[in-house]
Design a protein around this ligand. Sequence first.
Ligand code: WT7
Length: 650
Amino acid sequence: MADTQEIVSVLTESRVFPPPAEFSQRAHIRSMQDYQRLWDEAEKDPQKYWGDRAREELFWKEPFQTVLDWKPPHARWFVEGKTNLAYNCLDRHLPKLKDKPAILFEGEPGDRRAITYGELSQQVNRLANGLKSLGVKKGDRVGIYLPMVPEAAVAMLACARLGAVHSVVFGGFSAEALQERMKDAGVKVLLTADGGWRKGAVVPLMKNVEAALTHATGIEKVVVLTRTGDGKLPEGPKFLAWDALVKGQPDTCEPEWVESEHPLFILYTSGSTGKPKGVLHTTAGYAMNASLTTRWVFDLREDDVYWCTADVGWVTGHSYVVYGPLMNGVTTVLYEGAPTQPGPDRFWDIIERYKVSILYTAPTAIRAFMRLGDGPVKQHDLSSLRLLGSVGEPINPEAWMWYRDVIGGGRCPVVDTWWQTETGSIMISPLPGATPTKPGSATFPLPGIHAEILDRDGKRVPRGQGGLLFVTKPWPSMLRSVYGDPERYANTYFSELPGMYFTGDGARTDADGYVWLMGRVDDVVNVAGHRLGTAEVESALVAHAKVAEAAVVGRPDDLKGTALVAFVTLKQGNAPSDALKKELAAHVAKEIGAIARPDEIRFAEGLPKTRSGKIMRRLLRDVAAGNHSTQDTTTLEDLNVLAALRQNDE
Ligand code: WT7
C-alpha cells in the first residue's frame, strides 16, 4: 500500500490527476489521509470495521451477533442477523422519498416513465403477492429473462422481498443458454417478456423461451410481460400474462425477514472450463458492500441523477443499476436499447435531458463513441455530469483521456473500477474526492479489501513487477459458492493458494503502488466487457456436425478489447468455405448468444498440441495476433511446423 507521502510525490509527474478541490471539499472521503485512516481501521480490527459498516448501511430486523465466521473457503458474515433487501431498497426510504423518482426509464423507441419510490414499492409488492399466489416461497428459484425495463428491477426486488432466489439471464443469451441456466438453478417460475427493443428491432425473448421449454427445464410457470407485441400468449397452461398476475393484488406485502446468509441470487458467469458457473451471493454481506461502494466510489449525493448503462443481466446491473443506487435512495436511469439508436448521440441526449450527474459505463462503449468523433457529443450540454466511471476491462489511457476530456469536459474525476461477478461489488477503485488518478490504473483497493499481487508461491511481488491478483482475506460481498457445486467453488477460487481467493487476473503495481490490471491469466477472455470462457465457445463449435476440433483464443482488438478467433478442423468429407465460416459463426450465436460469435474463423487441418494432447493456446494466440492485419496465409503446414518446432523445443 502506498503511503500518502509517495502519492503526493507523483503529483508533479505528467498524467496524474488529483481530484478537483471543489469535488474533494464536498466528498464523502476527502483526502488520501481519510482513505488511509479507513484502511488502517479496517486493518487493525476487521471485525469491528465491517460490523460498524453493516450496522450503518442496513436496516436489521434482528441484529447480528457474529461479524465473521471464516472456515476457508467458507465465509458466513453477520451471523444470526435478519434483514430484507427489498425493505432496505424501498420501505425504509418511504417516509422521506415516497415521491422522489427511483427510476427514470427510457425505452429504445423513446417511451418514457418516471417511477417514484412509492410507486416502485407498490409494484414490487403486487408482483411479490402475485408470485406468492403461484406458490413461490422463501428459497425457491425464480428466473428473470427480461429486457432493460423497470419490470426487471421490480422482478428482482419482488424475489428479494419473498426470500426467493433470482437468477437473471441476459436477454442477449440464446434459448440453449437460457435452458441450461434454468435447469441448473432449478427455476420454478420464469419472468419474461414477449420481446425487447434493440437497434430498432425486436429481441424475440418469448420465442427463445418457447424453444428452451422444448427441453427439460423444470419450469412450472412462465409470466409474460407485454413489451413489443399485442399481448397474445403462447398456448398452454404454463403461460400467464404479467398484467393478469398483478391485477388486483394488494400493494402491501410483508417482507420475509431472512438470515444474513440466505441466498439472494445466482448469476451465471463463464469459467476457463466447462459449463458456466452459477455464482451464488447471499443477502446481508452483498447488500452492505453494494450499498457502501456505490456511495463511496460514486460519491453519491441526494440530488444525483445516476446512470449505470449496464444490463441487469450482468452483475454490474445487479449491484450498480438496481441494488446499490436504490439502497442509497438516489434516482437511477434505466435505458433499454443500443447506445447509438436512433443516432450516434443517444447517450448524450439522455444525459442532457435527465441532467445525469454520474455516468458509469464500459471501455468498449467509450472506444466506440471515440470512433464516432467529438461531433455527436458536442451537440449536447453535458454540464450536469460531475463524475465518470468505467468497468469491465482494462481501459486504455487514450480512451480514459477522451472520456475525461470530451465527455467530462476535463472537470469530472474518472473512476476505473475493478471487480468481478464473484466479488459482488467494487474492490479496486479510486475514491473520487481522495485519490489522484492515473489514466488506465484502477489505483488502490478499497479499505478492508486485501487485494494483493503475488507469485505462484504466494510471495508478494516487488513494485513494478507483474503477478497474480489474489484477495487474501474474506470480504462481505464475496461469492459463497458455485450453485450446486461446492467442489468447483473450492477448486476454481481457492486451490492456487490455500485460503486465498484467486481472481484469475494478472496485475502489477507501479513505483507508486498503483494497481494496473493486465487481463486474464486463464482461458477466459473479455469481449466487449463480457466474460467468455474459450472452452464454452469451443464446445459450441465441436457440437456442430461438420467440426472435428476447435480451439478458441482472444486477439487484442481496438474496439472490443478482445476479439474471438476460432481455429477449426473439419470432419472428413467437409471442405473449408466462407459459407461454412458464416454457418459456424451463426451456430455459436445460436448456442450461446451473439456476444460469443467468433470474429474470425480459421480452418486448419490440425491444431498444434503438446505431446500430452493439450492444445497450445499460447501459440495460437500469437498466430491470431500476428496475422491480424495481413492476409490470412495460415495453413495446415504453418501450424504443424510451428507445433513441431515447439515440440522439438520441449
Ligand atoms: C473480469 C470480471 C465487474 C463487472 C463487469 C465484469 C475484468 C473488470 C475491470 C477493470 C481491468 C477489469 C477482469 C475481471 N475487469 N473490471 N476496471 N480493469 N479489468 O464482470 O464478467 O465477472 O468479469 O473483468 O478481468 O476478472 P465479470
